[in-house]
Structure formats: structure tokens, C-alpha cells
Design a binder for this molecule. Structure first.
Ligand code: GUN
Length: 314
């Protein structure tokens, strides 16, 4: 009996991995199917990606986005401007893409070079083509529960939670980080899914204690290995949005905001890094491109016929 107790306590059950690669492949299949259906209606969704400057990580992200778009049959257009491009040049490029009816989605890869006003650029994008969901019109719409374009990473995290937990209504979710790109929209989506939501950030008093109250933890702070087992309630579900490059004795590699090896001894399920949230972001970018194309079709259908052929008089 003593031996059995010892065995049980010394072999903790490890959390199961939430497989972002497999779930994102399902999402991409859904997108592919819908692209085919839209082609039958003579709608051919197109995504324009604008990259300003030479940030190596941004180049990799953009290449992956364009590659995935091609794989699901979405037309993609890549625009590049040099590191010293002026704000006027960036805004002019966006104006052209806004005016081009064959372009359904516009994404400006962030970060932008320091001399460019990021907010001005984001708000220059036509909200109905804002596949990042960063425009204030989409942010406000999201908070009010309207059908708008919603930031891709939080949407991807919600899908991971749905696939892992089913209904999350009534659960306590703690979001660590309050960025416009992830933390704030994530908290809003969790609230819409009827969770009780806390947002923990750099000024929070005793962040680990707050986090230990959570059934669901979403970490998005950009601090490698900040969250370990001591932050977690046993059985918590952990979504790690962090992608941090670290260099140690074994070389350079990517790690999350969560100390995976430690957290999985306490959590019920956890996203690995890489292979967790990362692939979901691109999948939801492509889903958003389809949503944008459909929203634009609906708007066009409501516009009066320019030839007046649908008027009662004719
Ligand atoms: N850079 C890092 N993440 C993102 C994102 O979600 N969208 C854009 N446009 N740039 C990013």
C-alpha cells in the first residue's frame, strides 16, 4: 500500500498537448472548401500584405502567410516598401488597396519602422478590409458583440479552447497581458463566451495568486518562461501565445511565456511552442479574408444599381 501511494505521488499525470498544427489544418480545410463554394459564385477572395522594411522575423511571417493563402486557393498580393519609406508612401499604398475592389483583405505587417505612426496606418485601412481586426471600428464592434473582423490570434485561441474544452461558459479565465493585438480582444472574446474574465498585467499585485484562480490561462506577455506550475490551479487549461527567441547552451530556439515542462505537471492541457497558437493565427487570417469578401459582397448588394436599372421607374 505504501509503495502504491509512493508510485502515484511520484508520477504526476502530464497535461495533454493541444495540437495547434492539427486544429489549424482543420480550419484551413474549412477555408479551402469555402473558397471553392465562393468560386462557384464568381467570388475570388484576395489578400494584400504590405511589408515595410527589413525586419527578418516579419519577412518569415509574411512568407508563411502568403504560402498558406496559396495553399487554400486565396489569391495573395505582396507589396514591399523600403525601411526608409515615408508615412505618405505607406498611406498612398493603403489608399490604392482600399480603392481596388478586387482586394478583399489588407494586412500591414507590424512592427513598422519607428518613424511611421502605426495607429495612423491601421486606421487608414478600410475597416471592411481590415483582416487583422485592429481598426477602431472593428475593435468597438467586437466589444459590442457585432459581427466584425476580429483579431486573428485571439480567434485562433478561442477555437483551440472550443476543441479542447467544448463549452467554456461560466469558467474563470485569466488573460496575462493587455496588448491591443492579443490581451484585450482575447478578454473580450472570453467574456462573449460567458467566462468570468480577469486581465493580469505588469502592475497586478500578486499575479501568480490571481492566475491560480483560473480554469483557463491565456499567456500573452512576451516574457520567456514567466509562468510555471506555481502559477496554475491543478487541471487548468493553458494557452501560450508567447513566441520568444532565446539563446542558451543548446543554441537559439523558440519558447513560450509558459515554462512548458513545469506547467504540464499541473495543467490538464497546454499548447506547445512552437506548434500551438502560431499556426492558428494564419488560419484565422485566411478565414477573416473570406469573411471580409462576404461582408463586401453584402455591402455591394445593398448599393443602388449605377445604371438605375433596378429603379421602379424603369
Ligand atoms: N506582427 C505580429 N503579429 C501580427 C499580427 O497579428 N498582425 C500584423 N499585421 N502584424 C503582426
Amino acid at each position: 500500500m505504501t509503495t502504491v501511494t509512493h508510485l502515484i505521488s511520484s508520477t504526476p499525470t502530464l497535461a495533454r498537448d493541444i495540437d495547434g498544427k492539427a486544429i489549424s489544418a482543420q480550419v484551413l480545410d474549412e477555408v479551402r472548401e469555402e473558397v471553392l463554394a465562393l468560386a462557384g459564385q464568381q467570388i475570388f477572395p484576395a489578400l494584400a500584405v504590405l511589408l515595410v522594411g527589413d525586419d527578418p522575423a516579419s519577412h518569415v511571417y509574411v512568407r508563411n502567410k502568403l504560402l498558406r493563402a496559396k495553399e487554400v486557393g486565396i489569391r495573395s498580393l505582396e507589396y514591399r516598401l523600403p525601411d526608409d519609406a515615408s508615412q505618405a508612401q505607406v498611406l498612398e499604398q493603403i489608399a490604392q488597396l482600399n480603392a481596388d475592389a478586387s482586394v478583399n483583405g489588407i494586412l500591414v505587417q507590424l512592427p513598422l519602422p519607428g518613424h511611421i505612426d502605426e495607429a495612423a496606418v491601421i486606421h487608414a485601412i478600410d475597416p471592411i478590409k481590415d483582416v487583422d481586426g485592429f481598426h477602431r471600428e472593428n475593435v468597438g464592434g467586437l466589444v459590442q458583440g457585432m459581427e466584425v473582423l476580429t483579431p486573428c490570434t485571439p480567434s485562433g485561441c478561442m477555437r483551440l479552447l472550443k476543441e479542447t474544452c467544448g463549452d467554456i461558459s461560466g469558467l474563470h479565465a485569466v488573460v496575462i497581458g493587455r496588448s491591443n493585438i492579443v490581451g484585450k480582444p482575447m478578454a473580450t472574446l472570453l467574456l462573449q463566451a460567458h467566462c468570468s474574465v480577469s486581465v493580469v498585467h505588469s502592475r497586478s499585485v500578486d499575479a501568480p495568486a490571481l492566475c491560480r484562480l483560473a480554469d483557463i490561462v491565456v499567456a500573452a506577455v512576451g516574457r520567456p518562461h514567466l509562468i510555471d506550475a506555481s502559477w496554475l490551479k491543478p487541471g487548468a487549461v493553458v494557452i501560450d501565445v508567447g513566441i520568444n527567441r532565446v539563446t542558451d547552451e543548446s543554441g537559439s530556439h523558440l519558447v513560450g511565456d509558459v515554462d512548458y515542462a513545469s506547467a504540464r505537471t499541473v495543467a490538464r492541457a497546454i499548447t506547445p511552442v512552437p506548434g500551438g497558437v502560431g499556426p492558428m493565427t494564419i488560419a484565422y487570417l485566411l478565414k477573416n479574408t473570406l469573411i471580409a469578401a462576404k461582408l463586401q459582397r453584402a455591402v455591394k448588394a445593398r448599393e443602388p444599381d449605377p445604371d438605375g436599372c433596378d429603379s421602379d421607374i424603369n
